[in-house]
Design a protein around this ligand. Structure first.
Ligand SMILES: [Zn+2]
Length: 479
């Protein structure tokens, strides 16, 4: 109420009529309240982040010569931001490192505009940007001490990986990039030349890489990474591992899966080059379905990592503050647990962070708390729990893709549904009901009949605006 009193005092000093003063108070009071609540929230979460850094332990062992790391990156620069220190250590002890880039990063409009110094860029400019980012990655990896042949850039479409996973699965439904206008990998990318832009082709390439490189450790983005290319990369990796595991094609030395994270709200704080500071995982993701551990990075190695980040010249020109925030005295990695993912026959529950940004705080009806997948008589239940009952204004988008029991993934092995109150738009018959704070979606067993492994993703919207999304939730089916 102090705010309102101050405001009244300011108004009393202005020569306004009583009506004008009352009107001004009515208009401005809610705005003041929202900005005060926003400022308090930001201050609070920064304090929370600092506390998380103090409590976080760097107890991960550095690489040993016997390890072989496969680092899967959605775009050139993600590998260095998330794992640059680890890659540098691995190269020094003679451990194996292979970087697999899903895309050349050829959809970044600001970068294309800046490089061409034009406001209207065409498909060729985006392709040239893709070629340029490949060269930047070469420089970055050699800065970290890796040999020139330690990477492969597949050349799939930047900005399109989620569509490939859910919608453009088969060659008959190729994806066409809105920036490069390509629907297959071009020769210029020296990647998987000619491979069609579709999910099935990308999954096959990933499986081949895992089988032929036989890594001991795979690092890929965390499912709760905000960037859709990042979370989709994680989904492709999980699916490739599941497919190989079902078909007995997993390398004998294990393939431990670890996650790194790049985009999550305004994390990591404070932004900018703080080379002497440490970081912790985003605080809202601690204590959920990931076991986080830190790898301590020496002062010299942090400086080498910063130099490798600077090699991404086209990105540094636009967001150097954000990029250099990752040059710290540690790196954070998460192990998904349970791993391998839980089986639906026992009921798999994956907890999600709640009230972790302002929009979700004000829209608890769309703030996803957990996703549960359970096998019932005659069907599979997907229960999406929200902070408050979803009500009729929350739109729930559900995407499911699965592998059949022989490890194959065909065109029809997916399901998409949009549920708003009691209105259901789905490509299969579904039974939907609201049970307290949960949306229960039951998929009849004939629809998922042959499934061996499923990836469920839920997203909520209000008035067409995204409020929350879970990222890929991986579950073994009917084990
Ligand atoms: Zn990225």
């Amino acid at each position: 109420m102090a705010i309102v009193r101050t405001y009244r005092l300011i108004l009393s000093k202005l020569y306004l009529s009583a009506w004008a003063r009352a009107l001004a108070l009515i208009v401005a009071a809610p705005l003041l309240w929202i900005s005060a609540a926003g400022a308090a929230y930001v201050w609070n979460s920064r304090e929370h982040d600092r506390e998380a850094v103090r409590a976080f332990a760097d107890d991960l062992n550095p690489p040993t010569p016997a390890q072989r790391y496969l680092i899967v990156a959605p775009h050139p620069d993600d590998e260095v931001l998330g794992c640059g220190g680890l890659m540098h250590y691995a190269s020094r002890v003679g451990a194996g490192v292979r970087v697999l880039y899903m895309t050349n990063g050829d959809a970044f409009r600001f970068a294309a505009e800046r490089e061409t110094r034009r406001l209207r860029v065409d498909p060729m400019d985006y392709i040239r940007l893709g070629v340029m980012r490949r060269r930047e990655a070469e420089t970055a990896l050699s800065t970290l001490g890796l040999p020139p042949k330690s990477f492969r850039m597949l050349g799939f479409p930047d900005g399109g990986l989620e569509a490939l996973f859910h919608t453009n699965w088969s060659e008959a439904r190729r994806y066409r990039s809105p920036t490069t206008a390509l629907d297959a990998v071009p020769v210029a990318y020296e990647g998987a030349t000619g491979a069609p832009y579709c999910g099935a082709a990308l999954l096959r390439l990933l499986e081949d890489e895992i089988r032929s490189y036989a890594p001991t450790d795979i690092l890929c983005p965390h499912p709760s990474d905000d960037h859709r290319d990042h979370s989709a990369t994680g989904a492709f990796v999980e699916m490739a591992l599941a497919s190989l595991s079902i078909r007995g094609g997993l390398p004998p030395n294990g393939c431990r899966l670890r996650h790194y994270i790049v985009h999550r709200g305004s994390w990591p704080q404070p932004q900018g080059p703080h080379l002497a500071d440490r970081m912790a995982p985003p605080s809202e993701l601690i204590g959920l379905h990931t076991g986080w551990r830190g790898l301590s990075i020496s002062k010299d190695a942090t400086e080498t990592k910063a130099a490798a980040i600077r090699a991404f010249r086209s990105q540094m020109a636009i967001m150097s503050r954000f990029l250099l925030s990752f040059a710290r005295r540690n790196e954070v990695f998460g192990t998904p647990y349970p791993y391998p993912p839980a089986s639906v026959s026992t009921g798999a529950v994956v907890q999600q962070p709640v009230r972790d940004n302002l929009v979700r705080r004000f829209r608890p009806q769309a703030d996803i708390k957990s996703v549960r997948v359970e096998q019932l008589q005659g069907g599979t239940l997907v229960a999406v729990q929200t902070e408050r009952p979803a009500g009729r204004f929350t739109e729930l988008l559900l995407n499911i893709r699965w592998l059949d029991r022989s490890g194959g993934a065909a065109e029809g092995d997916s399901l998409a549904a949009t549920i708003t109150g009691d209105r259901v738009e789905a490509d299969r018959a579904l039974d939907v009901r609201q049970v307290g704070d949960q949306m229960h979606i039951t998929i009849p067993s004939q629809s998922l009949r042959a499934a061996g492994f499923v990836v469920v993703e839920a997203e909520t919207r209000m008035a067409g605006v995204m409020v929350d999304r879970t990222g890929p939730v991986a579950v073994w089916f009917g084990g």
